[in-house]
Design a protein around this ligand. Sequence first.
Ligand code: ADP
Ligand code: MG
Length: 323
Amino acid sequence: VDEHSQDLVARLVARGVIPTGVSVTMTPLPGGVSADVSVISVASERLVVKRALPRLRVAQEWHSSPTRVLREADAMIFARSVRPDNVPEIVDIDEEGLTIVMRAAPDSMENWKSRLLAGVIDPGVGGLLGDALAAWHSQSNADPDSLRRFADPSHFFDLRISPFFLRVAEVHPDLEPTITDVVGRMTARSLCLVHGDFSPKNVLVGQGPPWVLDWETAHRGDPTFDLAFLVSHLVCKAVHRPGDTDRYRRCAEVFMETYFGSSSLDIDPADLVRQVGCLVLARVDGKSPVDYFGPAEQATARAHGRRVLTEGKVDVAAVWPRS
Ligand SMILES: Nc1ncnc2c1ncn2[C@@H]1O[C@H](COP(=O)(O)OP(=O)(O)O)[C@@H](O)[C@H]1O
Ligand SMILES: [Mg+2]
């Protein structure tokens, strides 16, 4: 165990999160870009510890305040109060150490992104996520206290608007007026708690209900964004595995049908289509590019994202590449 991990364990012991004198194993989890994430096993219990990093580990780095990990814990506590089966329990919040501890998922749960990329595309997961998301959006919209708690939009600007939308407008100057309009409409619609990173890599699936992780970009904002984010990820997967387009599409449709069936908030389909277009483009030309695209797929996604963004379609069917 390195010095850093020893410090962390000592701190968790001092805080009473783990008992003294028991053996502890600590395993880093892959995939974390904005935090050190590790699993700690103590006796039969497994915990996940997340400590914020000031810089994100991607090729084109950007900055954001490490205190976002505290906001993450706050959002998870709210989300769990609404949907206890879909969010891990927060066990400790260390405000000075900028470290949070939550319960680990059972070993049998798997990252949904890995499953989707392996061709295991279950529309039922889409439905369960649509239902949970509708509850989070609708109930936060009706709750003035949670709206107040998540009102600061600055980290959403740093982590999403700037690296995804504004960056794409720089790379594609002809799209700048359209993107400015999309961002303007999105920021004007500050209605509910928005997850802000509602992507398959932040979902764990298994026998029971899916878990939604990684709430650090949670903010009061436009519910359209979470729908557009998840759909854009499924569209990118369809670009990568064109033969499975219909199955990714079905999954997205079940997600949206379930969401629209139980959310109290209106979503303008034209906004949804344009946000998806921006986000697909951002996954090629923004600051957090898709890790599974080859050069030909990048070109396809770029052309497709531009088309979706500029065609002005008002039907979500328009977001799918023609296979
Ligand atoms: N409570 C948990 N139980 C099991 N695995 C988890 C848990 N929290 C996070 N992970 C795993 O660690 C990865 C990184 O955690 P995440 O919160 O998404 O961090 P980051 O903000 O760095 O992406 C997740 O994609 C997931 O696979
Ligand atoms: Mg994550």
